[in-house]
Design a protein around this ligand. Structure first.
Ligand SMILES: [Zn+2]
Length: 470
């Protein structure tokens, strides 16, 4: 692995790399900046006029929407629409259509002049933000994000996770031009939202170790041609996400208790991971196998007492699973396995594994075939290369990984679920979900490392026999 810089870029530096988002502030009383931010970043340095349409739900209207609208109106910035969604709104595409229709109506009235810029304002947590983000993008409008909880890293991402005709997909769309977060509002959000954000941030530990593994495998031939889905580490994205990560986790552990400083650190850290994503135009820097575990349970519509488990809580258990899998894999150097799988057998396994999810089977078959190494010589060369480089890779991984026990106690302190049963899973289901998690994405992670070495089942047996998730 080449040398990686250990500098920690400032928020201002991260914003220059972001590409889409021009400004982010997280502090007490941040809403006072609204008129100035709109003038500078949305109205071409006050050379144009703007008017707004605000979207919230009942809770977020009370928490922030009302105050935001009062500040806008006092500053002479019209609020042409204040739309309040029902509280249990889901990230479904039909709501994007609704928001678009509202925005078009507001725009067509043209009572603020044809030159005035309409700024949609999303006041809420991940769902409202994603819906407004996509609607604004489809209408080519610049939008403003007012988050009300430090619950996900998706606020500043350039995509929106939406359910369209039964499929959850990340739909491409531009990131917010500006993010204005009041740390008092964030600190007063329900505790489960802050712990979800903490879990999403903790997942970056595994995204980091997976990237180290993918970098080592990429470097075996210097071209990444031995195994699909590998990628060299990119210094800037790495320094934004990984260099401050452990400190940020330790410093934000009390976010769940409503500690304003902790929640500010948590939100800023999550926001910056989104900037790394904007910079890379790829989620490698922020998402590894822990998110794949989470996506599996998302597809299986994991609920607790009839309510969908939050993204961050699924990522929390995925993070612990990823840490346990990584520890088990690196426990001892495996011997060179000379058995080579064939596609017909593999295809049967994939079909069997996804038998209960027929709607996504075609996509999974394509993904698994795309990353299947059918050439015997190539696979043996890959295995030999990995085993020759084993100690280096292992050392680099363990420099980044927080040991499972340490990670577990940190997550527990932050109010995250650490037992599978806490989110309606079982230990066995978590371990067995590794098969599916490996099949749904081409990105090379620790799961691929085990598979290509021919030791996937052995690693899972070690997990089963250990006291992980005990
Ligand atoms: Zn996430």
């Amino acid at each position: 692995m080449k040398d990686i810089s250990n500098t920690i870029p400032s928020l201002a530096e991260c914003l220059t790399y972001a590409g889409g988002t021009k400004y982010m502030v997280v502090k007490e009383g941040a809403f006072a900046e609204l008129p100035q931010v709109l003038g500078s970043y949305f109205c071409e340095n006050n050379s144009k006029k703007c008017f707004t349409a605000c979207f919230s739900d009942k809770n977020t209207y009370t928490a922030a929407g009302k105050a935001v609208q009062e500040i806008l109106q006092t500053a002479g910035i019209p609020v042409a629409e204040s739309y309040i969604f029902e509280d249990d709104i889901h990230a479904e595409y039909k709501h994007v259509e609704k928001i678009k229709a509202i925005l078009k109506t507001v725009q067509e009235k043209a009572e603020y002049g044809t030159q005035a810029i309409l700024v949609p304002v999303a006041v809420g947590s991940g769902t409202i933000n994603d819906l407004v983000k996509r609607a604004a993008d489809e209408l080519s409008l610049p939008y403003l994000c007012i988050p009300t909880a430090a619950s996900v890293d998706g606020y500043t991402a350039y995509g929106a996770a939406l359910l369209n005709e039964g499929f959850k997909q990340t739909m491409s769309c531009r990131a917010p031009i500006a993010v204005i977060a009041d740390s008092t509002v964030l600190s007063e959000a329900p505790a489960y939202l802050s712990s979800s954000g903490f879990g999403d941030l903790a997942g970056k530990i595994i995204a980091g170790t997976d990237w180290i593994i993918a970098d080592h495998v990429f470097e075996l031939d210097g071209k990444g041609e031995l195994a699909p889905g590998t990628a060299p580490i990119e210094n800037i994205a790495w320094s934004m996400v990984q260099n401050p990560l452990k400190n940020n986790l330790v410093s934000s552990v009390n976010a769940v208790k409503g500690d304003k400083d902790a929640v500010k650190i948590l939100f800023e850290a999550l926001g910056i991971t989104g900037f790394a994503l904007q910079y890379m135009k790829d989620s490698r820097s922020v998402s590894g196998c822990e998110h794949m575990w989470s996506h599996v349970w998302e597809m299986e519509e994991l609920c607790m007492d009839g309510i969908p488990v939050t993204h961050g809580h699924k990522v929390t258990i995925g993070t612990l699973a990823g840490a346990a899998f990584t520890e088990c894999l690196f426990k001892e150097k495996p011997p060179l396995n000379k058995t080579v799988p064939n596609w017909a057998e593999r295809e049967a396994v994939v079909r069997n594994t996804f038998a209960a999810l027929p709607q996504i089977l075609p996509l999974v078959l394509k993904t698994t075939q795309d990353k299947f190494i059918g050439n015997t010589d190539k696979l043996i060369r890959l295995r030999e290369g990995i085993l020759d480089n084993w100690d280096n890779m292992r050392n680099d991984v363990f420099k980044k990984l927080l040991p499972y026990a340490e990670l577990r106690s940190l997550l527990k302190d932050a109010g995250c679920p650490v037992r599978p049963e806490a989110i309606n899973l079982t230990r066995e289901r978590v371990i067995r979900s590794a098969y599916k998690a490996h099949m749904i994405r081409k990105r090379f992670t620790v799961l691929d490392l085990a598979f290509e070495l021919g030791i996937f089942d052995t690693v899972l047996q070690k997990m089963e026999m250990s006291d992980y998730f005990g």
